[in-house]
Ligand binder design. Structure first.
Ligand SMILES: *Cc1c(COP(=O)(O)O)cnc(C)c1O
Length: 492
């Protein structure tokens, strides 16, 4: 299996090369040259397997330059019962239609773990496969979830170091403490006096700085990214859709071959694109419901075919979906219209912040996708409703998806089983979950964890339970212009 660029002007590469490079040299994203197919027999066999075995099998279809033994060893280590307590992707049934796929049982209590527990291991192997002698230095700018999940995923892996920058006042107290207490000999964390954009701009400047690259190279390092556009983050996300279907079959909720729908709380379009790929591989997914918060640029795109980022930006209680550039949408354009048109749309987006797909492309996309959004009030009401009626505690991102799923079912009358992705533990956003249910303020952001567990009796997941007891290792705050020094100091 080889990988090509969505924009069509880069040479084919192997999976190991795609994972090590991240972005294609023409600015496009790596996509598989062909989409492998799952037969009925394949799905029947997968139904009998454990999650790590399912993951290794699906990954082997795309990562043909890795051996099955390598993939199985990495999947067993990544999705071990000790880090994903209660299973990697358990499916919780709420009624005949709604099933919640909980993707946050990993070491940082957010769904980013599903990819970031396995991708670093794949990168480690990729360096050997492509003959890279230098150490990969991963730079991350984070507004919260990605930074912690990346630090945890790359910690103590050979030939890799990682440094994460976050805006000092731009992440929640829980997120800050999660990063400040990070363990590992090869990790570093630094807060920035500025906002997320300052952190991201600082990281981009370092990536574009030839002098820094030269100095790092002399010390035996090269820069790499843990970004969600890396193919190594996307491939592992296909697995849990296949796994959820197997679990529906094993529970007797679907017969083999019968369809199900999927609803995904969407930001960068990575998670829902993985579901689309699963469908293209032959998994019988009916509709893909794309759920957005008040930053509803994707709802508009799926309705009108116009993608326009010239609009207001809102800070919401589902911050991981506060995004106006959904990078992975480029992969859907490629899959629907090919490289030439995709390159054209991306050029327009770069120059004007806007593009409109043609009627044929829109119709093709609407066959598979439908978009809904929930504003802040609808999100809070959904958290309250599911707690009151189903005793199900949803985080704000999950609530956005549950709201969209209900709107779709109401409007379409389509009541076949639906898998709704749950992307974070409610305790990661305990303050807003508490507010939505108790209708009053918690005593503080950290206190909200205890107050929410007292109110609901739902257990705090292990990565957050002992947070307050852990030793703080990283206290440093620097100015954005000090970031390059901070990086060079780290590799000294
Ligand atoms: C990253 C994230 C999302 C969005 O996923 P995409 O793949 O970017 O669409 C949704 N919810 C949570 C909690 C996240 O961390």
């Amino acid at each position: 299996m080889n990988f090509i660029s969505t924009r069509g002007h880069a040479q084919k590469v192997t999976a190991a090369q795609a994972i090590a490079r991240g972005l294609a040299p023409d600015g496009g994203l790596f996509v598989p040259e062909t989409i492998p197919q799952l037969s009925k027999e394949d799905i029947a066999a997968l139904c009998k397997m454990s999650y790590p075995e399912r993951a290794a099998k699906i990954l082997s279809l795309y990562l043909s330059d890795y051996t099955e033994e390598e993939l199985l060893a990495d999947c067993r280590a990544a999705y071990a019962e000790t880090s994903f307590i209660g299973g990697a992707a358990p499916l919780v049934s709420l009624d005949d239609t709604l099933n919640v796929l909980e993707l946050w049982h990993g070491p940082t209590a957010a769904f980013k773990d599903m990819a970031l527990q396995i991708m670093p291991r794949l990168l480690s192997r990729a360096l050997k496969k492509i003959g890279e002698q230098r150490t990969a230095l991963i730079l991350v700018a984070t507004s919260g979830d990605t930074g912690k999940a990346a630090l945890e995923g790359y910690k103590d892996l050979p030939q890799i170091k990682i440094i994460a920058f976050y805006p000092v006042d731009g992440v929640s107290k829980v997120q800050k403490l999660q990063m400040a207490t990070q363990l590992g000999e090869n990790v570093s964390v630094c807060a920035i006096r500025g906002n997320f954009d300052d952190a991201q701009t600082g990281v981009k400047k370092i990536f574009g700085n030839a002098e820094i690259a030269k100095q790092l190279n002399e010390k035996g390092y090269f820069l790499s990214s843990a970004n969600s556009i890396n193919w190594g983050r996307l491939a592992p996300q296909i697995v849990y859709y296949v796994s959820a279907y197997c679990d529906l079959i094993n529970a007797g909720k679907r017969k083999p071959g019968e369809p199900f729908n999927v609803c995904v709380p969407t930001g960068n379009f990575g998670n829902i694109f993985a579901a689309y790929l699963a469908k293209r591989m032959g998994l019988p997914i009916g509709k893909l419901i794309c759920a957005s918060n008040s930053n509803n640029i994707l709802t508009d795109f799926l309705t009108t075919g116009v993608y326009d980022r010239n609009r207001s930006f809102y800070l919401t209680m589902s911050p991981s979906m506060d995004i106006l550039i959904s990078s992975n949408l480029e992969r859907l354009l490629w899959a629907t219209t090919g490289t030439e048109k995709t390159a054209g749309y991306m050029k327009q987006l770069n120059e004007t912040g806007k593009y409109a797909v043609d009627a044929g492309t829109l119709a093709a996309i609407q066959k598979d996708f439908v978009g809904y959004f929930a504003n802040e009030e609808a999100t809070a009401n959904t958290i309250l409703k599911f707690w009151k009626e189903d005793r199900y505690l949803a985080d704000p991102h999950t609530a956005v998806a549950l709201s969209a799923a209900q709107a779709y079912i109401r409007e379409s009358g389509d009541r076949i089983p639906m898998v709704v992705d749950s992307t974070a533990s409610p305790y990661k956003f305990a303050n807003n979950v508490f507010r939505s249910i108790a209708k009053k303020e918690p005593s503080g952001d950290l206190e909200a964890l205890d107050e929410l567990t007292e109110l609901t009796g739902v257990k705090i997941p292990y990565p957050l339970a002992d947070l307050k007891k852990r030793a703080v290792r990283f206290k440093e705050v620097c100015e954005p212009n000090e970031m390059p020094d901070r990086v060079l100091q780290f590799v000294k």
